[in-house]
Design a binder for this molecule. Structure first.
Ligand code: DGT
Ligand code: CA
Ligand code: CA
Ligand code: ZN
Length: 578
């Protein structure tokens, strides 16, 4: 029996919604299933507990038939309604729906009019402009579909870091509970906080591997056991994510953690450096060449003692990419990297006034509870019709709400800001006199991504030259595993940041992580000012600041390069443009 967690239940309910719509049933039924799916994703406890305690009525909109589906999914891993719908809807139709931008209505039209049942056929038809001849499908939709198919093909199968982190945390909790006090750590790319994760690597120190292997394979999140050995096992969890577990002897903990954290390139360089000192480094320890057989290691218990025996400072995992960190560690010249505790506020957040889920009061209270001194609310400008952008009148109304909140939360401060659209022609979506009255103005590109590199660069740099623009948001526009960055000359953007004093955002949204790490390093070297942000659209997403911090650390950024490590007044003073 396949056990489903909250994410698993939510995705089946979402698919029921899609299937209902594909079948042409009442859309409101579909909307209900999707709303409940979203509520389950947002739950802070296992849906199985709600089922067990008869508390499904606590989920808004979960009527009798939705509740029945949830109960069946939790108890058996399957839902009768889902199975019936799958049987009633042709497979080809479901396939078309996998293309982002193809909703149920479009899928039905394409399927019935053109008898298209595969993504290859859909691509062919779009290229031949046969889609735009269909009722209710415009040329623009056809172009979007073609772009989505290209994006689908670009997917590497790597996971976004927040999904990998959640899976690793859940598994670590299970291992901790079932196996006692052993040391447990993530390793691999997740410990290095790479922007996407191939698989999760977990490491446990113990002399008794068998019970740990058992607990791992039997963990609730496991969908399939790929391999189960004496000291190494692999499983699949939700979304096709793989988790590898290795159990290592406690005396080799440091050497194993070093080895399995990688990167491979870092390890290779480190071993080469060891060999120059006639030392051998492997996953068990550091040895004098020739002495490894006798098991007399020079160092092995901690990473610190191994690096020290090699004459180096301990290297933070985020830097272990062979980007110069080994030479810096030898010279005792590694940068002091920014840490989460140094961040004093979040300057890019959204609320239910535009496309956020939670209201400003909830967002501000959570930001304060996180220990911040300030939070800027930066809802969208009206250019983004789809996100219900704030008209100038609505901004004005917002000030009263902010004043009330500031009275309640003092000394914490809510700042009024905007994420203002940079229109295709380079103009900003609010006039200067509106921008002048705001505390934080973040400018960003959300449209016309296909512009040439020169046009896009001029568009962005032009916005940065506006004296009221505080920061440039998500500068490359990439969406990891979904959309390539637009063409833009980042050298010119960094130069403009230095010249004008505009901050460059490091957006912690797990799909963005933008500015990317390699560019952060260049921007810091050239003296640009960075600002770390969550871009949260819901209270729990304020935690995405952690990912902005991780990305900044991967870019070697010290706290001095980051404006929101400063107290409120200093941060505000740093908005002055040159
Ligand atoms: P990923 O999973 O693609 O996001 O990237 P990693 O870095 O987590 O790679 P993974 O899972 O294949 O291996 C985890 C670590 O184990 C890796 O960072 C370094 C170490 N490792 C694995 N295979 C080798 C190898 O053939 N040589 C060396 N030196 N190290 C390896
Ligand atoms: Ca890995
Ligand atoms: Ca692995
Ligand atoms: Zn935003």
């Amino acid at each position: 029996m396949k056990k489903l967690d909250n994410e698993g239940v939510a995705s089946v309910l979402e698919e029921i919604g899609d299937l209902l719509e594909l079948k042409g049933e009442n859309v409101f039924r579909a909307v209900t299933y999707r709303a409940v799916a979203r509520a389950i994703r947002d739950l802070r406890e296992p849906i199985a507990d709600l089922v067990a305690q008869g508390r499904l009525a606590e989920i808004p909109k979960a009527g009798p038939s939705v509740s029945e589906a949830i109960t069946q999914l939790v108890r058996t891993g399957e839902s009768k309604r889902h199975a019936e719908l799958r049987a009633a809807v042709p497979e080809g139709l479901i396939t078309l729906l996998r293309v982002p931008g193809v909703g149920p209505a479009t899928a039905r039209t394409i399927y019935h009019e053109l008898k298209i049942t595969s993504i290859d056929q859909l691509e062919e038809a779009a290229k031949a402009h046969r889609l735009r001849e269909l009722p209710k499908i415009q040329a623009k939709t056809e172009e979007n579909i073609l772009r989505s198919i290209t994006a689908l093909r670009q997917r590497t199968g790597r996971s976004l870091i927040h999904h990998a982190r959640a899976a690793a945390a859940a598994m670590t909790a299970v291992l901790r509970e079932r196996t006692g006090g052993e040391r447990i750590s993530v390793a691999g790319s997740l410990r290095r906080c790479r922007e996407t994760i191939g698989d999760v690597d977990l490491l446990v120190a113990s002399d008794d591997a068998a019970p740990i292997m058992e607990a791992f394979a039997a963990a609730p999140a496991v969908e399939r056991v790929l391999a189960k050995g004496e000291t190494k096992s692999s499983v699949l969890v939700a979304r096709g994510l793989q988790i590898d577990l290795r159990v290592v002897p406690p005396r080799s903990w440091g050497a194993a953690l070093l080895y399995f954290t990688g990167s491979k390139e870092h390890n290779v360089r480190l071993r080469g450096h060891a060999l120059k000192k006639k030392l051998l480094l492997n996953e068990y320890g550091l040895y004098r060449v020739g002495a490894e057989e006798r098991g007399q290691e020079i160092a092995s218990r901690t990473e610190e003692e191994i690096y020290a025996a090699l004459g180096m400072d301990w290297i933070p995992p985020e830097l272990r990419e062979d980007h110069g960190e080994i030479d810096a560690a030898l010279a005792h010249a590694l940068p002091a990297l920014v840490g989460l505790a140094e961040v004093r506020g979040d300057t890019h957040t959204h609320t239910s006034w535009t496309d956020g889920r939670d209201d400003l009061a909830a967002m501000a209270r959570r930001a304060k509870a996180k220990g911040y001194a300030y939070m800027a609310v930066t809802d969208h400008s009206p250019g983004l019709g789809m996100t219900n952008g704030l008209s100038v009148e609505r901004i004005a109304a917002r000030r009263a709400e902010i004043a009330t909140l500031n009275a309640e939360l003092a000394p914490f401060r809510v700042l009024i800001g905007t994420e203002v659209d940079i229109r295709a022609n380079g103009a900003l979506d609010y006039p200067d006199d509106v921008l002048a009255g705001l505390d934080i103005v973040s400018a960003s590109v959300h449209s016309a991504f296909a512009q040439t590199r020169d046009v896009m660069t001029a568009r962005i740099v032009g916005a940065m030259r506006n004296r009221f623009v505080t920061a440039i948001s998500h500068p490359t526009g990439r969406l990891l595993e979904r959309r390539e960055p637009y063409a833009v000359d980042l050298d010119a953007v960094v130069a403009a940041a230095v010249e004008t004093g505009t901050w460059i955002e490091v957006n912690g949204g797990p799909e963005r992580l933008d500015l990317p790490d390699v560019w952060i390093k260049k921007a810091v070297e050239r003296g640009a000012t960075l600002v770390l942000c969550s871009d949260a659209h819901a209270v729990e997403e304020l935690d995405w600041m952690e990912l902005a911090v991780a990305t900044a650390r991967r870019g070697w950024a010290p706290p001095e390069a980051i404006v929101n490590t400063r107290p409120l007044e200093e941060m505000l003073a740093a908005r002055r443009k040159r």
